[in-house]
Ligand binder design. Sequence first.
Ligand code: TMP
Ligand code: ZN
Length: 415
Amino acid sequence: MEKHETVRQVVTCRVCERDDWQDVVSFGPVPLANQFLPQADSYDERFYPLGVRSCRSCRLMSLTHVVDPKILFRDYLYVTPDSEMITRHMRYVVDVCRERFEMPHDGLVVEFGSNTGRQLMAFRDTGMRTVGVDPARNLAAVAMADGIETVPEFFSAEAAASIKADHGPARLVLGRHVFAHADDIAEIAAGARELLSPQGVLAIEVPYALDLLEKTSFDTIYHEHLSYLTVGTLVTFFERHGLRVVDVERLAVHGGSILVFVGHADGPWPVRPIVDELLETEQRAGMHLDATYEGFARNVAEIQAELPALLRGLVAQGKRIAGYGAPAKGNTILNVCGIGLDELEFCIDTTDLKQGKVLPGTHVPVHPPEYAKEHAPDFYLLLAWNYAEEIIGKESAFRDAGGRFILPIPEPVIL
Ligand code: TMP
Ligand code: ZN
């Protein structure tokens, strides 16, 4: 990115370096999904183009525009939520990595995008040595205070070399929901190659493009998520960088994700059958065909029409609606569907850093969950729909009192 340039159009595919794109969706200018604003009389926000295109050669789905990562990630509001589902998932990641790849109990784990260090604490509990890497200085400081050594930088070959000099080679380099946020993914591959021991494994967790298309979960599209990935695209990518996809887990977390394990191309880990199975699944789903992405765009347009109509119908009947959760992806839904203060009175969210602020673009206020005790709405729009089971389970009092949830995705319904 040029000096002073805060946004640039994507021209060359970051996986295969070609430039034959199919334009899929274009949402126009949208504010940044994690740019929650302090309450004010008027707001001065920047809007950036938001859209997705698909590379006809490797089928990477990429944002059409990249915003300078320093604007997005230096001071970061997303804190891993204190959710049972996430805690369970983190333990699962520890077990899978250790058991499948025979990690020694005092082996080194380096996590990039380590946030407040919760995942690394789960590794530390087993005795493994840990180092975090995260450019969000506010979050790195939180992790450090909890005793998780954290390098406050973007992961790169240079950062990897410096960690290796201090701690030796890593048995695991982990990136959960961060690889898809990076423009220069070749730098991540170089960092992993540098840092991993010969038996070392790079594990990345990314939202799965197959789930995105099958569930029309277009709300995962926001400026932080540059890439929407299939196993096929990742196999192509890592092959180009001297690495090899050896195993994949399909996960329910964040609306459908894959945990992809990558070894050195000449490393000891055989390629498990699941890799070919998922390549076949992707072929059968038509992930290589323009028509599949055209169908996705039609489904998105339907939600864009139906969801605001549903909410406006309820408001016209005098019903009060609030948002449940204020996730970044909820801001895509609201901004892209033209839903705002006319439909939503407020959102509740458990994240301290979001409470008392307003949502980007729509300026809907965010309150702590306790606020809803006095101001319970008739309906909650379940913006944090990826935690639906957990949330609906704990909100039985709201439901018993006649409250209802509205699920926005895969198609708007009242539960
Ligand atoms: P995420 O899907 O990106 O993890 O964001 C989920 C958001 O929803 C996050 O801001 C925390 C919030 N949340 C609640 O407010 N209540 C809940 O019970 C859960 C699970 C999440
Ligand atoms: Zn490509």
